[in-house]
Design a protein around this ligand. Sequence first.
Ligand code: DLL
Length: 433
Amino acid sequence: MIYDIELETMPREELEAIQLRRLKTTLERVYFTVPFYNKKFKDAGILPGDIKSLEDLKFIPFTTKQDLRDNYPYGMFAVPMDNVVRIHASSGTTGTPTVVGYTSRDIDTWAELMARSLAAGGASRGDIIHNAYGYGLFTGGLGVHYGAEKLGASVIPVSGGNSKRQIIIMKDFGPTVLTATPSYILHLAEVAEEMGFSFEDFKFKCGIFGAEPWSENMRREIERKLHISAIDIYGLSEVIGPGVAVECREAKNGLHIAEDHFIPEIINPETGEVLPDGETGELVFTSITKEAFPIIRYRTRDVTSLDRTPCVCGRSLVRMKKVKGRTDDMLIIRGVNVFPSQIESVLMKVDGIEPHYQLVVDREDKLDKLTVMVEVGERLFSDEVKRLQTLEKKISNDIKEYLGISAKVKLVEPKRIVRSQGKAVRVIDNREI
Ligand code: DLL
């Protein structure tokens, strides 16, 4: 279902006219209200009025995660604290967290975008949404929550954790839509099985999963195990939270970006040059409606490409490909670039392998060594050692063949890899660089 038929299917010329008008207003506002942007524009010799077309956006300097850290906690806010009604923060694996704020209009916008996203995935009024994204500073829980209410669905604010209780709720409350990170969903599927349930016993019809990269093969695995349609949702705290982009259930081929609120660009991460549609690079966003925390040309570090060709669902909004990974998660193994999701894709094709894996990177004699730890099912693990070794060799060959990198594969017993209730930790980097 299309939640906002007018905005989501608007002819592109109309959409671009709205974008330009909103962009100009935003630039004007940040120039006069956020000292960071004022200095940045001045240093670059640019005035907001110099930006006359959407193409001119490329003349404005980028904003990076480091800039947000330097202005911790509230330095990037464009409104007085009196007007801020909500604060979230991204935990980040290292360093200072990034703090973001919302006015009450920002919260409305976000709820609207999340209502659109849930609808695009197949939810509607009358559905019961089991929301297992974490509630708290993380934007997943409350983001989905407000969107679900806006849509008119019933939301169960179960949050992450307490997995056995989650299964009881699934059984007793009859939820029809599932929201969580894909890795936590797979963990919940295991817990259900241990408790003697199958997802076939539940009423779920679809799941809207995101907050971490997951491959097309992982989607198939989830759809098969859970007997549902699995949809990818993307977002980041700095831009608004979940709901920046979402797949439509009709195509499941690229995530429609809410372009009436955010302008995407793809750049070459090395040179900063803007790349044409279809080319893969780093995703950059400019918000054009946010009040409390506007963000200009923010470098997300997420790697993807854009596709403006028409989609079968009727939405005119540009699609971004499923995110491959983050530039800072990219492994360079003897000169070859590889993302964890590409390895996941190879692993998920192998029979008897479980969707739980971790990549360990070490440096020996100045060379990067990659070890892929992956779980096998109970039956296979109790098999003879020789069979396991043969399988390890086969997977290692597959990785070499598909991705061109050498990796040591280590099959481990079921449940050996730590389960997460939120984003999975896929890479353990032991290199001291
Ligand atoms: O993860 C917001 C979110 C919550 C999105 C729930 C979807 C569902 P952050 O914690 O700020 O916000 O992390 C943002 O997570 O830059 C990506 O690297 C990654 N990410 C988010 N969604 C996806 C996705 C939330 N669908 C960072 N595929 C982003 C791949 C994703 N990576």
